[in-house]
Design a protein around this ligand. Structure first.
Ligand SMILES: CC(C)(COP(=O)(O)OP(=O)(O)OC[C@H]1O[C@@H](n2cnc3c(N)ncnc32)[C@H](O)[C@@H]1OP(=O)(O)O)[C@@H](O)C(=O)NCCC(=O)NCCS
Length: 203
């Protein structure tokens, strides 16, 4: 059993690497597209050891219940429950992104264009400029290397006219380290029940 499980994980990993390689070469196939903002799509972000590229996944034409990740790949180094089982419907405002370091998928991001933050205290009037980071996850093996911070930098470049916001799921230290301001629910009775909201500072 164990051997079979390992083999299927290895096969899934090999298949995913192959798919990532093909996506790099076959953008014309429109399976995934490089995010079109020039500072993201081409230049990406790099330091001595990493070169990160943000790839926005495309809904396959005609697919109503789109699952951006296959069952097997959803959990390979990531939290399976976050990335599998929630279809993206045609009129959804969700945006799904992969982050590659060469051919390794090192992070995933889900954005949501439908944002409600007015029930939080002292929030600035962001209106339609608000863009929520619904999920961000760095691959298990790659945490603590600056990738999360770099991904936020890429998102800032990709969406220069937006203000990113995030409801922290036990990651207050991460958002605070970026200089984002923390807000609590406006009703003090709910402040401990609701996740803290973090808002990207003005550029
Ligand atoms: C939170 C997460 C995205 C951070 O990514 P990362 O690549 O590990 O973070 P970085 O290496 O870029 O760290 C940037 C800063 O955040 C801090 N930080 C990172 N994760 C932290 C955490 N969980 N708690 C407190 N501080 C954290 C780091 O110490 C670093 O601070 P510094 O620059 O002052 O040294 C990653 O740990 C992750 O995927 N966690 C599981 C999913 C999750 O919690 N997502 C957030 C949901 S709101």
């Amino acid at each position: 059993m164990r051997r079979g499980g390992f083999t299927s994980q290895t096969a899934a990993l090999a298949a995913r690497k192959q798919a990532l390689a093909e996506s790099r070469e076959q953008f014309a196939g429109r399976t995934w597209t490089v995010a079109s903002h020039p500072s993201v799509g081409s230049a990406s972000w790099h330091n001595h050891s990493m070169s990160l590229t943000l790839i926005e996944l495309d809904r396959p034409p005609g697919e109503r219940f789109w699952l951006p990740f296959t069952y097997e790949e959803a959990g390979l180094g990531f939290n399976h429950g976050w990335w599998y089982g929630r279809p993206v419907y045609p009129h959804s405002q969700r945006i799904i992104l992969r982050v590659l370091d060469n051919l390794d998928e090192v992070a995933r991001v889900e954005l949501d264009d439908e944002v409600g933050i007015d029930h939080y205290a002292e929030v600035p009037p962001l209106g339609a400029t608000a863009l929520e980071i619904q999920f961000i996850e760095v691959h298990n093996d790659h945490r603590g290397r600056g990738i999360g911070r770099a991904v936020i930098g890429l998102l800032r470049s990709r969406y220069p006219d937006r203000r990113l916001v995030a409801f922290s799921e036990g990651a207050d230290g991460f958002w605070s380290s970026l200089g984002w301001r923390r807000h609590l629910h406006a009703n003090p009775d709910d402040a401990l029940r609701f996740r803290p909201l973090f808002i990207q500072p003005e550029a």
